[in-house]
Structures are given as C-alpha cells and as structure tokens.
Write a protein that binds this ligand. Structure first.
Ligand code: COA
Length: 259
C-alpha cells in the first residue's frame, strides 16, 4: 500500500515505521492518523513481522496533533478527532507484536501520547516530552490523561498536564516515562538491537506476555494471575514451546516458527 506521510521499511523481522511530515514536525493530522491506522492493520496481518519500531523523520518524533487542523473544529468535530486518534493509538497498543518508540526529538501532546501507546520507549538525549494542551485551551485528547498517570503515577502526570511542562529525556527516564536514553546517533541502532532481540524469541510467547501484562494491569491481582495462567497454559499447545525446551535440553539455539 502507498503512504504519503509514512516511510515503512522492513529489516529482517523488524518493521520500521517513520512518520514523515518533517516540515510540520510530524504533527498528527487526519491523513497521518489514517495512514498509521492502515499501516498497523497491515503490520498486524504480516506474519513476517515480529517487532515494530516507530520513529519520526527530521528533528521531531511528533510535535502533537495538528493545531491548524484543530483550530477551526467545533465540539462534535473535536470529539470525533479525539476518538479517532485514540482508536488508532489503542490499535497500536493492542497490536500482537511489541512496538518500540524510538523518540528522536519532540514528543509533545499527541506525540507523547503516541510514544505512550508503544510498549517500550527509547529516547535520544535530544528528545523532549510533554502534554502542552492546556496552554492551547484543550485537554490531552489521544488518551494522555489515562496513559500518563498509569506510566508515571497520578501526581507526576497531573503536574505535567496542569503546568503544560516540557521535560528532557533524562527527566523522562528518571520518572519512568522512557526506558533508556541514548546518544542521538545511537538511537536507531539501540532500537534495532532491542527489536532484533525480541524478534529472535518465540513470537507466540512474546504476544501472550504482552497480553498478560496489558490485560493484567487493568484488573485486580487474582483476575490478573488467572489471565497469566490461561496464557501460560496456551503456550504449551504451541510447537515453539516444544522447540524452545528441546533446544535448551539439546544445548542448541531454538528455531522458532511462530506456530
Ligand atoms: N501542529 C501543527 N503544526 C505544527 C505543530 C503542531 N502541533 N508543531 C509544529 N508545527 C509547525 C509549525 O507551525 C511550523 O510551521 P511553519 O514552518 O509553517 O510556521 C513548523 O511546524 C516548525 O515548527 P516551529 O514552531 O517553527 O519549530 P521550533 O523548533 O521553533 O519549535 C516546537 C518546536 C515543538 C517547540 C513548537 O513547534 C511547538 O511548540 N509546537 C506545538 C507543540 C504543541 O503544543 N503540541 C500539542 C498540540 S495538541
């Protein structure tokens, strides 16, 4: 499929999705959202992809939802725009393959929200994070009020959202918003290394681990433990479980087939 605002590359089992609208700092307008929607449907259907890296072209990851597009919206249009963005981000969050955000620069507003729907965030030392929406007269609209407190805790999330504060990568790492910070030129290599490591493991086990964490985090501990038990049990009906354990016992590397 063709994309005007995304560049999609495949390196072995890793798919790299770059948002490519650098003149607007990769701001999320309807076209970018619709292309992300389509791209993640394609990625979901592609058994050859085991992990995804999401990044931005140029100096920004994503500098937010498109302010010029939003500036003329009425309440119904604003709600619909927010719902669509939130649905696309939820699709990314629920993808049955891990998604790593390689945050190369500004991740503001919708950009911070996009990074947060990814499983893992690696940031360039040049990256900046924040939810500046209240400075524009709106709330975060692509689920930032929900994911930020779940990631950094409600106190820090409220401080960031109420003050529209912008933090650097080191502070984002300190509060747990990003997993690690790299030198800018090392960002994609670090992200690729992590993605390739994930892609070398049993895909079904990685998928079920993602489901167990995501579903379990949204429920009480007893339900969460039973979600894990179901998924742990299901692994034993996969060929890859047999192969992984046989390979260990035979002291060789496993050859996983995603079956
Ligand atoms: N929506 C639409 N356009 C945006 C944008 C956004 N969220 N963020 C940046 N742009 C555009 C700018 O309008 C500018 O366009 P122009 O060249 O036609 O004037 C271009 O991207 C470059 O941005 P500029 O502001 O000149 O770059 P900068 O390096 O001086 O500043 C930022 C970078 C990120 C600090 C600044 O662009 C900014 O504050 N952006 C908005 C961030 C925001 O509030 N996001 C939340 C939106 S809900």
């Amino acid at each position: 499929m063709t994309y005007t605002k995304l560049i999609i590359e495949k390196k072995e089992k890793v798919c790299i999705v770059s948002i490519n609208n650098p003149q607007a700092l990769n701001a999320l307008n309807s076209t970018v959202l619709e292309e992300l929607d389509r791209a993640f449907s394609e990625i979901a259907a592609d058994d050859g992809i085991a992990a995804v890296i999401l990044t931005g072209a140029g100096k920004a990851f994503v500098a937010g939802a498109d302010i010029s597009q939003m500036s003329t919206m009425n309440a119904a249009q604003g709600k619909a725009f927010g719902e669509y963005g939130a649905a696309v981000f939820r699709k990314i969050e629920l993808l049955d393959k891990p998604v790593i955000a390689a945050v190369n620069g500004y991740a503001l507003g919708g950009g911070c929200e996009l990074a947060m729907c990814c499983d893992i965030r690696i940031a360039s030392a040049k990256a900046k994070f924040g939810q500046p929406e209240v400075g524009l007269g709106i709330t975060p609209g692509f689920s930032g009020t929900q994911r930020l407190p779940r990631i950094v805790g409600p106190g820090k999330a409220k401080e960031l959202i109420y003050t529209a504060g912008i933090i650097d990568a080191a502070e984002a790492c300190r509060i747990g918003l990003v997993n690690k910070v790299t030198e800018p030129e090392a960002l994609m290599d670090e992200a690729m290394e992590m993605a390739a490591k994930i892609a070398s493991k049993a895909p079904i086990a990685v998928k079920y681990s993602k489901q167990a964490i995501n579903k379990g985090m949204q429920t009480d501990m007893d339900t969460a433990i039973s979600i894990e038990a179901d998924l742990f049990g299901l692994c034993f009906s996969s060929e890859d479980q047999k192969e992984g354990m046989r390979a260990f016992l035979e002291k060789r590397a496993p050859d996983f087939k995603n079956k």
